[in-house]
Design a protein. Structure first.
Ligand code: SAM
Length: 239
């Protein structure tokens, strides 16, 4: 998969592409990430990419020409173009899965007060990473790229993905590592038992309980099987 980011600040991504799991994935060729500096497409003699809003008001608005020329320089038949915007589709794991199947994802990052509205009709989808306002789309583009790349074949083991939070409508079960006893705070006995069936059952029950406790909105939407109702009751009664 190829991801192309259109931004005024490509340097913001330096650490993103050169650190930890994402670096490893890019080195292995699991995905490629490239950047287009929108400013390089400015036809203004001062290299301006923004201007004051018609009708007045605070801040600067990114102009059509540099953004659309930058877009056309990389867009092809296989590209899907998303524009970072607080007004967009709310991003979640299902959207990440959908994007992970795309051959070429182009991400446009707005900055300042945002982009000239005429740019919107040239994109396939507006995407928001949450109901708050960032100074620019760069952090949102990193969030989206990171969550997609780790889903791609060869990125990380599929087992670790399938049991993660949000993959099956539930949160993940609690994880522990050594030491088994940290200043008297002990890891649950079942995890030290080596009994795989019991561990699996405990983890499933914990996953249900964590979701019920921390994300009641998700729990309400989740359809419990008869076995899960019994499992939950058994573990809640033993709490
Ligand atoms: N004036 C705009 C508004 O009220 O909707 C906000 C512009 S914001 C300061 C600048 C840019 O940051 C946006 O064009 C967008 O690309 C990005 N951005 C801000 N919040 C975002 C969010 N929640 N999700 C995705 N992108 C966001």
């Amino acid at each position: 998969m190829r991801i192309t980011v259109l931004t005024l600040f490509p340097e913001m991504f330096n650490d993103f592409v050169s650190t930890s799991i994402i670096k490893r994935c890019l080195d292995k060729g699991v995905a490629s990430v490239d950047f287009v500096n929108i400013r390089d497409f400015s036809k203004d003699k001062h290299n301006h990419v923004d201007d004051t809003p018609f009708g007045g008001g605070a801040g600067m608005v990114m102009k059509c020409q540099p953004v659309l020329d930058a877009l056309e320089s990389v867009r092809s038949e296989n590209s899907y173009v998303i524009l970072m915007s607080p007004a967009g589709t709310k991003y979640n794991q299902q959207v990440a899965r959908r994007y992970a199947t795309i051959e070429h994802l182009i991400i446009i990052c707005g900055h300042y007060e945002g982009l000239d509205y005429r740019i919107y009709k040239h994109v396939d989808e507006l995407v928001s990473i949450g109901d708050y306002v960032l100074t620019g789309g760069e952090l949102a583009a990193m969030v989206i790229s990171d969550s997609i790349i780790r889903l791609l074949d060869g990125a990380i083991t599929s087992e670790s993905i399938s049991e993660e939070s949000h993959e099956n409508g539930l949160l993940e079960y609690p994880q522990y590592t050594k030491p088994a006893d940290y200043n008297g705070d002990k890891v649950p006995d079942v995890l030290l038992s080596g009994h795989h069936k019991n561990i699996k059952e405990w983890r499933h029950a914990q996953s249900l309980m964590q979701t019920k406790k921390y994300r009641p909105d998700m729990f309400e939407k989740y359809e419990l099987s008869k076995e899960e109702v019994k499992l939950l009751q058994k573990y809640e009664d033993n709490q």
